[in-house]
Design a binder for this molecule. Structure first.
Ligand code: B12
Ligand code: SF4
Length: 503
């Protein structure tokens, strides 16, 4: 009996940018008596169905974007006599869908870390239940990823989670609702052990796959102090102290390591924090800028962000302290007008960003925006092949419309065309070359250009493609440059590296 863990994708590039962490965490949660789980990441190669046999167990993890491919795999695996279990954020939100469309024998909702061995035990004994509630496990129960299951030479970056959950409540994001608003921070030793394990294997770039690396702001501390809430103050201080401890330990790892994380721009208020990030080699961070106007921020419940010159200054602050920013912007907010695109492109230029992404407001399930949109569209939703667009992820990829929240004055095509123009402007060769000055050597500058182009091309598939010819072209490009790009990231393995062992 083989346990297969499958990460579905309708596109395969041969090489992956970031290791899909859930595969290796569930691999780690698989008890040794079941043998070595077989990891299949379809962003590398499609699953070969002939490898799935009757009596096998197939675990499939889905997010909204890859749910349909996941259902195809589940149905085919079930037809071959395997036991099919679904998990991941989309299965957590729509467990019945996995039964109806994906041939699920069982669905795990929430975290798989603790419940997965139980599911396997039941599957083997023939007592499998239709549903398991994995819940939100405490940080000390997060299972470390089992990196020895990694296929050789396929990924550019490792991924290690240091904290799950985010105290904010942005309207377009499901994280605070699924992962919760209480930050669950992993013990420093465990995080460092996993990173050391990855470095021993030749990974020097690691994405800290966190929802928000700055879960405690100075404002939170001041508020708790003002309220005289001693218990809360103590809790916040200890979370903050642990962050500094983690960064101090990261700083002791080999100096060629580079980390990247996701963080709110509030971190710019805290120079000590930014300096600690720099010392820890956290050289890059995705910052959700979202909107450059106060109205836009109000639209997404993100009033804690700055606008105008204060925004430019905040973003520049990261750069001044040595942290490069990937700025993330959203277009299509109700308050957006034609002039917003130009204004955003200007901010992106002036704020000293290294990279940027410009996404169109998409109502993702599990978010406030999705609920409002679904309610608004009601039963009159447009259908494609009999499927309402409120279930757009079930429409086959080739016919799947891009769904965006309706806008009061602009058509989706107008928003799309203007968004595209901002991408083209930000990633014009002239601008990329100018930005590449942030690196020190010619080789690094060339690498910067290559990565900018790769990023741009990969994004054309997921977020902004306007026509299928462009998607096909972008795919071919991404496949072509992914391999040489990988070589820029990996390093000589360091089996001799001391430090805590993962486990
Ligand atoms: C790191 C990250 C990324 C990274 C790395 C992705 C990668 N290769 O791993 C990058 C930046 C590349 C990325 C990109 C995108 N991401 Co992202 N990402 C995350 C983030 C912050 C953490 C994911 C992670 O590694 N978690 C750690 C692992 C261990 O947790 P996990 O995946 O949830 O798995 C656990 C359980 O779900 C469960 N489980 C999962 N699978 C299975 C399977 C079985 C069988 C079982 C039993 C259990 C189980 O057990 C696991 C252990 O507890 C999440 C937010 C979040 N908190 O999940 C968003 C998140 C997953 N991303 C999201 C989105 C929207 C995207 C993008 C579409 C963004 C965009 N506009 O392009 C792209 C899509 C990329 C793609 N095509 O896959 C959304 C998904 C929403 C949805 N409804 O699908 C999330 C939830 C964030 C959000 N704002 O809402 N992402
Ligand atoms: S700050 Fe980021 S992770 Fe937190 S709720 Fe907002 S978008 Fe989601």
């Amino acid at each position: 009996m083989t346990i297969h863990l499958v990460n579905p994708s309708h596109l395969s590039f041969g090489v992956g940018v970031i290791t899909p962490r859930w595969l290796f965490v569930l691999g780690g949660a698989t008890p040794p008596e079941y043998g070595r789980p077989r990891i299949v990441d379809e962003t590398l190669e499609p699953l070969d169905f002939d490898t799935v046999h009757a009596g096998d167990i197939v675990g499939i993890g889905i997010h909204t974007g890859n749910a349909l491919r996941g259902y195809e795999i589940g149905t085919a695996a079930r037809a071959r006599g395997a036991t099919v279990v679904f998990g991941g954020i989309h299965a957590t939100l729509y467990p019945d869908e996995a039964d109806e469309r994906g041939g699920a024998h069982s669905v795990v909702r929430g975290d798989g870390d603790v419940v997965w061995p139980l599911v396997l035990g039941h599957a083997v004994q023939g007592t499998l239940q239709r549903r398991y509630e994995g819940g939100r496990v405490d940080a000390d129960q997060f299972v470390p990823a089992r990196w020895e299951l990694l296929p050789e030479g396929r990924y550019m970056w490792g991924s290690v989670q240091t904290v799950r959950g985010c105290p904010k409540h942005c309207s377009f994001c499901s994280v605070w609702r699924t992962d919760g608003q209480r930050p669950r921070q992993r013990a420093v030793d465990r995080v460092v052990a996993e990173i050391a394990d990855l470095r021993r294997r030749g990974f020097r770039f690691v994405a800290l796959a966190d929802d928000n690396f700055y879960p405690v702001t100075l404002t939170d501390l001041a508020m708790a102090e003002r309220q005289g809430n001693a218990a809360r103050l103590e809790q916040l201080r200890s979370l903050r102290a642990e962050r500094f401890e983690l960064m101090a330990r990261l700083a002791e790892l080999p100096p060629d390591m580079v980390f990247f994380t996701q963080i709110t721009m509030e971190a710019a208020e805290d120079e000590a924090f930014l300096d600690a990030m720099r010392r820890a080699n956290i050289k890059g961070a995705l910052v959700g800028v979202e909107a450059v106007t106060p109205e836009g921020l109000k639209d997404v419940y993100k009033g804690f962000n700055e606008v105008g010159e204060a925004l430019v200054e905040r973003l520049r602050k990261f750069r001044e302290r040595g942290v490069y920013v990937l700025g993330s912007f959203i277009f299509g907010l109700p308050s957006d007008r034609a002039a917003t695109f130009e204004a955003t492109a200007d901010v992106a230029d002036r704020a000293g960003l290294a990279f940027a992404q410009f996404v169109m407001l998409t109502p993702y399930p599990g978010t406030i925006d999705f609920e409002a949109w679904e309610k608004n569209v009601g039963t009159g939703a447009k259908q494609v092949g009999g499927i309402p667009v409120t279930r757009h992820w079930l429409i086959p990829q080739e016919n799947r419309p891009k769904v965006y929240a309706p806008h009061p004055v602009m058509t989706p095509d107008e928003i799309r065309a203007r968004t595209q123009a901002v991408w083209d402007r930000f990633y014009s060769l002239r601008r990329v070359w100018a930005r590449s000055r942030c690196t020190e050597t010619l080789r690094a500058r060339l690498a910067f250009v290559l990565i900018s182009k790769l990023y741009r091309q990969m994004y054309a598939n997921t977020g902004i493609a306007t026509d299928s010819a462009r998607v096909t072209r972008a795919n071919r490009w991404a496949r072509l440059i992914a391999k040489p790009c990988r070589r820029l990231f990996v390093a000589r393995p360091m089996p001799e590296l001391a430090g805590p062992n993962a486990g």
